[in-house]
Write a protein that binds this ligand. Structure first.
Ligand code: SAH
Length: 370
């Protein structure tokens, strides 16, 4: 049994069942035993892999997007380049290298990383040691200094805790995590009904919401609306709010039971882009998209970039570059090196752009209205 499991059992024994939201927050973010506190979960040896870890092209294209967006903002002399949940720092490293072709941009920026994990902060410190720009770490978005900003978040919002409500005996009740007779974690429901939810739905339906994500979006959008700038949010998720639950757990690149080993598996939920859009608009920002990751990367020139890289590559590297493009852009299912299933990220992953009012659609979002 993991140390965190023992701690959560103790907590439930003392206080009664935990809300799913609290269980997920502790499983991922318990200050000493949480999943993200204790490890670098990314890559082949880890539990999951992400677009910047698949190919340098991903971060490079985003770096060029940021430089172009900065020009569209009127090239302010100071820009906060912010990343939420920077993982190994790979995206930022690739972005800064690519954006160095616009020296005035490189001169204008200071980098701010919002990261909760001490283990990953250490990895980021190493990756960005020679980036040549000032880098500051933050525990949350509130402490990022004011001023025009460009914010990047790849696979950040999916890591924030969700709340579930289930329609049961005619009322919406919050999902809880308790213990069965053998001391195993099990789902249950609050006896109290939640009167603020009035949605009509059949018995057994589930509503999933991510208050933490909406709160962070609200703060970010508010500052972008008043101080200028843009945010590019990329994640897997859905464009329209709908009924149903998407909580999932990954361990060693395989789906596992989300309650089985808290602190040892990555818990995520799909991102509700419509809810993020509502939170951003309520704070006065304009929103473009979501567009599919495939459409965004194609518009930003991933095929040209792949051709350019391939000119300097040997046969094996060329095959790798082409496989990476397919994985990032297409929505087809492929097969992993170890025979596992790999879902193409092209359409499950989506990109949303939040901007100060009055700015024109940024690169990759021209075809979708605000
Ligand atoms: N963006 C990276 C990593 C994605 S994994 C990539 O694409 O490779 C999720 C990242 O978000 C990790 O860096 C994790 O430590 C961080 N994270 C998770 N919850 C967080 C929170 N509540 N506040 C800040 N960072 C968080």
């Amino acid at each position: 049994m993991s140390a965190l499991s023992a701690h959560l059992r103790e907590l439930i024994a003392q206080e009664g069942p935990l809300t799913l939201e609290r269980f997920m927050a502790l499983a991922l973010g318990h200050p000493t035993m949480g999943y993200y506190m204790t490890r670098d979960p990314l890559g082949l040896e880890g539990d999951f892999t992400t677009a910047p870890e698949i190919s340098q092209m991903f971060g490079e294209l985003i770096g060029l997007w940021a430089a172009e967006t900065w020009v569209a903002m009127g090239a302010p002399q100071e820009l906060r380049l912010v990343e939420l949940g920077p993982g190994r720092g790979t995206l930022m490293q690739d972005a800064l290298r690519a954006a160095s072709v616009v020296p005035a941009f490189a001169k204008a920026i200071d980098v701010h990383l919002v990261e909760t994990s001490p283990a990953l902060s250490r990895v980021q410190r190493t990756s960005l040691a020679h980036a040549g720009v000032p880098v500051t770490w933050h525990g949350g978005v509130e402490t990022i200094p004011s001023g025009p900003a460009i914010v990047i978040a790849n696979e950040f919002f999916d890591a924030l805790p969700v709340r579930h409500y289930m329609k049961n005996e005619g009322a919406w009740r919050e999902r809880l995590v308790g213990l069965d007779n053998h001391g195993r974690f099990i789902f249950g429901l609050s006896r109290m009904a939640e009167p603020s939810i009035r949605a009509q739905a059949p018995e057994g339906s589930v509503i999933e919401i991510c208050p933490a994500g909406q709160q962070i979006m609200n703060v970010l959008a508010g500052r972008l609306a008043t101080q200028g700038g843009a945010a590019l949010i990329i994640d897997y998720g859905y464009a329209q709010t709908s009924l149903g639950e998407t909580l999932q757990a990954l361990q060693g690149h395989r789906f596992v039971d989300p309650l089985a080993q808290p602190g040892e598996a990555d818990l995520t939920a799909h991102v509700d882009f419509a809810a993020l859009t509502r939170a951003a608009r309520a704070a006065g920002a304009q929103v473009f998209g979501p567009v599919s990751q495939g459409a965004l990367l194609t518009a930003l020139g991933i095929f040209d970039r792949a051709r350019a890289l391939s000119r300097r590559a040997n046969a094996a590297q060329t095959a790798q570059i082409s496989a990476a493009v397919t994985r990032l852009v297409s929505s087809e299912v492929g097969v992993d090196v170890d025979g596992g299933r790999v879902d193409g990220m092209g359409s499950l992953f989506k990109a949303l752009c939040v901007m100060a009012p009055g700015m024109a659609a940024p690169a990759g979002f021209e075809t979708v209205g605000p």
